[in-house]
Design a protein around this ligand. Sequence first.
Ligand code: FES
Length: 128
Amino acid sequence: MTTVSVSIDGRQLDVPYDARVLDIAREQGITIPTMCEHEHLKPYGVCRVCLVEMRQGRRKKLVPACVYTFREPVEIFTDSEWVRETRKWILAFMLARSPREKSNSGHGGGARRGRAARQAQGNRRGQP
Ligand code: FES
């Protein structure tokens, strides 16, 4: 079996070629939030909630952990400032697209968050 030397949150690992970042992270006990990923569905990486930071030399970018696979040595950071901020924005945009959704708390927090997210978007009501 071909392996690739990678790093996840500073842990040096030899992982199978083409293994998904999400699966390896879970094996290591690292939690990465997901929304559209399900064991009975083919991964398609649409919600972007599972974004992690990938670094390779000076190159760095955000990649969805549920579809990104290890094919070369890279460093993965699952909880960097960039990752946390981006996930927060993604969730805010999702909430903004469902403004009538009530929060589970029953205090209208969902509506408030949706309104805040719309304001963060520049209140572009009516635009797709
Ligand atoms: S869980 Fe939705 S893109 Fe990865």
